[in-house]
Ligand binder design. Sequence first.
Ligand SMILES: [Zn+2]
Length: 192
Amino acid sequence: MTCATCCSGDGPSVFLSNDNKSIYKSSVCNPHGSFPQMIVIPFFKHASQIVPNCHFYPKYKTVLALFVFYHNWVENFGDEGFIARKTLENVMIKWDINKKTSSKGYDIKGNRIKNHKIIGRVESDTIIWVWKGYDNKISESALMHELVHLTLRAKYGKHGDPDHEGHKYRGWEPKHTWMITQAKQMLRSLGL
Ligand SMILES: [Zn+2]
């Protein structure tokens, strides 16, 4: 059966069922517990986040950010085969209060860079590491950027297009860069 042109569509509503699992309510950050802690992200099946403390980030902020990402992705690229949806439903976001250093990588135009500070990284098919962001805001973090890499990885295979708009790897187009800007503006409108 196909659902390409009918019914429920593929906007953020696909995540909002009345199946409000009890784990969604019970999985909360415990400020007196040990860290890092793993918190289940509600409505995204198997999604979770690892937090360094209860400030980065409350799950309602993270889940809103995922909705914003999916909305923008679908608006720009559609979601044939629900690849983006499945990616979000399986993601594990590892928040960090510190940046990391990477020995090599690429800037957004595909130029090689070495020994630079990084603020996000894809670690596997389902895991992304993300620095908390400037001004302690998700909108000023690399979350949207890393989710693009992760979705491209699900779409085109292993690499996830590390050189962005460069031409060594395939997948990332200027439209993805633009989409991230739009998504971040929406996050700022939500105070995230
Ligand atoms: Zn990147």
